[in-house]
Design a protein around this ligand. Structure first.
Ligand code: AMP
Length: 285
C-alpha cells in the first residue's frame, strides 16, 4: 500500500512538537530507538527523521512527500516546494543585532558593515531590496559570538526570547521577518499520496481550530437570552437548552481564544451566571 512519507527534524527544537502534532492527528509513531525512519501504526505514513535544514531538498527531490520545518529554512534553501500550512509552533523572528554599546540610528547604519549569519540568502535579498551594501559572513552556527571575536560588526539570526543576544552583549535593532513551523509538500503529489495529504491536512486543521477556540456554557434567565446571543459569536448560533428551573436556560457556544476575555466581560454585564469554559480538542466544520 502506498504511504505518505513525512520528514521531520531528528533532534532539536521542532522534533518533539512535530511528533506531538502527529499524535494529535491520531497518527501513532514510535521512535524510541532513534531510527532514521519508522512507520505509523494506524495511518499509511512513513516518518523520516532528518536534519531540518536538509528537509527542503528531500521534499523537492521527492525522497519525502511532505515535511515539517521552520519557514526560515524554507526561505533560505529556496527549493521548489509548496508551503501548505502554518503549524503554530516554533515561533521566532529573524533579526539584526549589534554590540549593545553601539549607537543605532536606522538601517543605513549597516552600510559597508560585515554581518555574520546562517541565513545569507534571506539577508542578501533583504538588503538588496533596501539598496544597502553589506558584507555577509556565512556561518553554520554560533553566530552570536561573531562580533565578540572580531569576525563581524553585527549579526542576523533567529531570536525568540532575545536572551541569547543579551548573554552575548548584543542588542536587537531590527526584526526583519517572523517565522514558524510549516508543512511543506513536494510539487508533484498525485493520486493516493495527494489523498493521504488531504486527510492529514483535514486533521491538522481540526486540531488547530480546536486550539484557538474555547467551549463556553452558562446559565441565564430567558429574558437575557437575546442580549447574550448578540454577544456570542459561535460557530452557527448558540445552543439553548431549558433548565429544570422554570424561566432559565443553559446557553452553549464556541468562542475564539483572541475574543475570549472581551466576550466574558460582556457576558458578566448581561446576567450570565455560572460560566464554564472548556478546551476543545478538535473542531470539524
Ligand atoms: P534547532 O536546530 O533545534 O535549533 O531548531 C531550529 C529551528 O527551530 C529553527 O530553524 C527555527 O525554525 C526554530 N526556532 C524557534 N525558535 C528558535 C530559537 N529561539 N532559536 C533557534 N531556533 C528556533
Amino acid at each position: 500500500m502506498e504511504k505518505l512519507k513525512i520528514a521531520i527534524q531528528k533532534t532539536g527544537r521542532l522534533s518533539e512538537k512535530s511528533l506531538q502534532l502527529l499524535d494529535e492527528c491520531g497518527i501513532k509513531v514510535s521512535n524510541g530507538d532513534r531510527k532514521l525512519k519508522t512507520e505509523a501504526r494506524n495511518f499509511p505514513m512513513e516518518v523520516l527523521f532528518l536534519r531540518d535544514d536538509d528537509i527542503p531538498q528531500y521534499v523537492e527531490k521527492g525522497v519525502a512527500d511532505i515535511g515539517i520545518l521552520g519557514e526560515n529554512e524554507v526561505w533560505e534553501k529556496e527549493k521548489e516546494v509548496d508551503e501548505i500550512e502554518k503549524l503554530g509552533f516554533g515561533n521566532c523572528r529573524l533579526s539584526l543585532a549589534i554590540p549593545k554599546d553601539e549607537v543605532y540610528t536606522n538601517l543605513d547604519y549597516f552600510h559597508g558593515k560585515r554581518i555574520a549569519t546562517s541565513y545569507p540568502k534571506i539577508l542578501k535579498k533583504y538588503f538588496g531590496v533596501k539598496g544597502i551594501d553589506v558584507k555577509i559572513e556565512e556561518l553554520g552556527g554560533s553566530v552570536e559570538i561573531a562580533t565578540g571575536i572580531g569576525l563581524a560588526d553585527g549579526i542576523f539570526d533567529i531570536v525568540s526570547t532575545g536572551s541569547t543576544l543579551i548573554m552575548n552583549g548584543l542588542k536587537e535593532v531590527e526584526a526583519i521577518i517572523k517565522s514558524e513551523a510549516v508543512l511543506i509538500a513536494n510539487r508533484n503529489l498525485k493520486g493516493v499520496k495527494q489523498q493521504l495529504l488531504d486527510r492529514f491536512l483535514f486533521r491538522i486543521r481540526a486540531f488547530k481550530r480546536g486550539l484557538g477556540s474555547k467551549y463556553i456554557v452558562m446559565n441565564a434567565p430567558n429574558s437575557s437570552i437575546p442580549k447574550i446571543c448578540s454577544i456570542l459569536p459561535g460557530m452557527k448560533s448558540p445552543s439553548i437548552l431549558p433548565l429544570a428551573e422554570e424561566g432559565w436556560s443553559s446557553i452553549h457556544s464556541v468562542v475564539q481564544e483572541d475574543q475570549f476575555w472581551d466576550v466574558i466581560d460582556a457576558l458578566k454585564d448581561v446576567d450570565a451566571q455560572g460560566i464554564l469554559v472548556m478546551n476543545i480538542e478538535k473542531m470539524i466544520l
